[in-house]
Design a binder for this molecule. Structure first.
Ligand SMILES: C[S@@+](CC[C@H](N)C(=O)[O-])C[C@H]1O[C@@H](n2cnc3c(N)ncnc32)[C@H](O)[C@@H]1O
Length: 492
């Protein structure tokens, strides 16, 4: 293929009659494609999704999207048929057209998309609203809104201004500006949620126009990055395995406006603004630093921080059995400004996975040993104390106790305990620990059981319920998979 400067449209102006120049400055034909493709995939575009490319032009981004999507999933609308023909001839090739079978509508009326007879998971309008009168923008938003899946979204660029352009219809190659408030209102009129996106464009501004169930909570107040997008798409279970995020539940979350919490086995529309609290965020980041990974345990950590903060007001020290790299304990120590507290934190672990001598037959039957092996080989579990020691070296009043529980329990010198966290993913050492510490737990002390209600850890729930019954108390089962106990006054 001829790749001379001329064939690339070098030196031509936007709008000139060349397939690259007509759609914008030819020198950034590649950049615009990369920016758009990366935005869509970061927001969650997958191969099985169907996508509408509004004003697909010479397939600047279509030449990346068509090969990426499954056969028949790409739909382009473009009034200038010659642009699409040139795009196929010079960029995409007939062979891909044959393999992927994209659909093109050569029209300039938004209503044409109903002919696709499909619902779109994503729609994109790059450098389209910057050339539309408000009447046409509204027409596109209304037609797209009707054709989007209920968790779908349109991403579009526009040119923010302090005044709204009075233009009508299509204006090209001139540009028009709109106030973001005007765009928001136009989106709302079409039943779409408007959010500005922090995704750089050489000249314009990206915005999201989301259908009611499109989850954008994860990209709010934090940088929109591939890492965040991938973390959203994947979530870690307790054994540290990465698993695809839960499929959309059948519950109607349409009134949640994108504020859906969906990670770590918990999907909820309930208020989780604790995630925006600067103290929480700082502590959570300290947990990530300890673990070297974001496990996406926000709600679990929120509960741990709450219990620790309540316990900090009581007499007594803190104990954690099952520390691993110290995600939760590091978050707590950061949150409580540990050195100022005058308490001691005892952190007990083998620091190399569970000890098979202390696994019950019920734990074994539910796969505790296999999960442990996986956690060790995947690197989720620490394989030695040294790196963990380095993590905790910033704090005073902390003891790392290496070895198997119950054998190491006697090394906990605390006379009074205000906070006990049990997280060993197997029952006998956890029961041994709670029995050992029960009398030293002060009235009102908090015992947090990480595995109590977690799916796949039933043997631990059964063992803990039996312990609680012996003490005449009940354990609070939390939707995070944790269990919570508050030591009653006078219970021995
Ligand atoms: C799920 S991890 C703990 C995660 C940790 N709480 C955090 O916040 O990152 C479980 C830990 O329990 C430890 N463990 C399991 N059985 C143990 C035993 N009998 N004695 C000491 N540690 C044990 C493992 O080595 C592993 O580090």
């Amino acid at each position: 293929m001829d790749l001379t400067q001329e064939s690339l449209g070098a030196g031509l102006k936007p709008g000139d009659a060349h397939y690259r120049a007509y759609v914008g400055p030819p020198e950034d034909y590649d950049l615009i494609a990369a920016m758009t493709f990366n935005l869509l995939t970061t927001l969650g575009l997958r191969q099985h999704h169907s996508l509408l490319d509004v004003g697909c032009g010479s397939l600047r981004v279509g030449r990346l999207l068509i090969p990426y999507l499954n056969c028949g999933k790409y739909f382009g609308v473009e009034p200038n048929e010659w642009l699409v023909e040139e795009g196929i001839k010079r960029e995409l090739g007939e062979a891909l057209l044959e393999i992927k079978r994209p659909t093109f509508f050569f029209a300039d009326l938004p209503e044409v998309i109903t002919q696709a007879n499909t619902s779109f998971d994503f729609a994109v309008a790059q450098s389209i609203f910057s050339h539309c009168g408000l009447d046409l923008i509204k027409g596109w938003l209304s037609a797209i809104s009707r054709s989007l899946t209920e968790d779908g979204a349109l991403v579009a660029t526009f040119l923010p201004g302090v005044q709204d352009s009075p233009a009508k219809g299509w204006v090209y190659p001139e540009c028009v500006n709109y106030r973001p408030a005007t765009m928001r209102q136009a989106a709302a009129d079409a039943g779409l949620r408007f959010e500005l996106l922090d995704w750089k464009h050489p000249r314009q501004t990206w915005a999201l126009f989301a259908a009611p169930k499109f989850d954008s909570g994860w990209l709010r107040n934090k940088p929109l990055t591939w890492n965040a997008g991938l973390a959203k798409a994947l979530t870690r279970n307790k054994a540290g395995n990465i698993t695809p995020a839960a499929p959309a539940a059948s519950a109607d979350f349409s009134h949640a406006e994108g504020h859906v919490y969906d990670q770590d086995g918990l999907r909820s529309i309930h208020n989780h603004e604790f995630m925006d609290d600067p103290a929480f965020r700082k502590a959570y980041q300290r947990g990530i630093r300890a673990a070297g990974d974001d496990y996406r345990w926000h709600w679990r950590v929120h509960i741990g921080l709450w219990a620790a903060a309540c316990a900090a007001r009581l007499e007594g020290d803190f104990v954690e059995c099952g520390v691993n790299r110290g995600f939760l304990s590091s978050a707590i120590m950061d949150y409580l400004n540990w050195d100022s507290l005058g308490k001691h934190f005892y952190l007990l672990d083998t620091f190399r996975g569970l000890d098979e001598r202390f696994v019950s037959s019920a734990d074994r039957a539910s796969g505790a040993v296999e999960k442990n092996k996986k956690s060790l080989t995947s690197g989720f579990y620490a394989q030695g104390i040294e790196e963990v020691r380095a993590n905790f070296s910033q704090w005073k009043n902390v003891s790392l106790i290496e070895g198997s529980i119950p054998e190491t329990l006697s090394q906990v010198r605390a006379e009074k305990i205000a906070y006990l966290h049990l997280d060993m993913n197997c029952s006998p050492p956890e029961i041994a620990a709670i029995q050992c510490f029960w009398e030293r737990l002060v009235p009102g002390a908090f015992v947090l059981l990480d595995d109590y209600a977690y799916h796949g850890y039933l043997s631990q729930k059964i063992a803990m319920d039996q312990f609680a019954q012996e003490k005449g108390i009940k354990i609070l089962s939390l939707p995070t998979g944790q269990g919570l106990l508050v030591k009653p006054i006078g219970n021995r």
